[in-house]
Design a protein around this ligand. Structure first.
Ligand code: IMP
Ligand code: MG
Length: 190
């Protein structure tokens, strides 16, 4: 049987590296949101692994909710048009919201979510992302908290997918170019 690990060209961040980043971020958030009841919003599906680890490093009273937005991209390129495909249950009016995301690339998704929640009357909307891919940013958006910068490489694992797969790799790695090529040649006519 083929292993999901075979799709990885090389490892970028080990489970230990991720735990270290998560702990640091959790401690910072615990300080910064002290005394507040924060509404933590996980961006489905990529953020769920990071979210559950981060929350356990946050010594804060908080509510948890989820949002999913789709950029109608399948593969490695975002398409630009964004809509909410799974909405929050919570009313964000007057709330201090912390969006948790796996990775910020162009910034379009994060900007859309922030603007959307602010327009619904949130008191504050900040974000905590694990990976900050600054090289491809096309829109100006504040990334208040992040684990580390990453270069312009397509990464998989710890929630991050390629065409829906590899989210359950316990570490973060760069995808093998041949995996992307194989997918592209199969979906050439889509
Ligand atoms: P943005 O709108 O371009 O900032 O893209 C954000 C979304 O694109 C993230 O939530 C990810 O789902 C996806 N994404 C961007 N870069 C990567 C990557 O290297 N690996 C996996 N997903 C990525
Ligand atoms: Mg995503």
């Amino acid at each position: 049987m083929k292993s999901i690990h075979d799709a990885v060209d090389h490892k970028l961040y080990s489970e230990e590296d991720i735990a270290e980043m998560t702990k640091r971020l959790g401690q910072q958030l615990t300080k910064d949101y002290a005394g507040k009841r924060v509404l933590v919003v996980g961006a489905l599906k990529g953020a769920i692994f990071f979210l559950t680890d981060l929350l356990r490093e946050m010594d804060l009273a908080c509510d948890i909710d989820f949002i999913d937005v789709s950029s109608y991209g399948n593969g490695t390129e975002p398409s630009g048009k964004i809509t909410v495909t799974h909405d929050l249950e919570a009313d964000v009016t007057g709330r201090d919201v912390l969006i948790v995301e796996d990775i910020v690339d162009t910034g379009l998704t994060l900007k859309f979510m922030k603007d959307e929640l602010l327009s619904r009357g949130a008191n504050s909307v900040k974000c905590c992302v694990l990976l900050n891919k600054t090289a491809r940013r096309t829109t100006e958006v504040d990334v208040e908290y992040y684990g580390t910068h990453v270069g312009n490489e397509f990464v998989i694992g710890y929630g991050m997918d390629f065409a829906g797969l590899y989210r359950n790799l316990p570490y973060i790695g760069v995808i093998k170019p041949e995996v992307v090529e194989e997918f592209s040649s199969k979906h050439k006519h889509d």
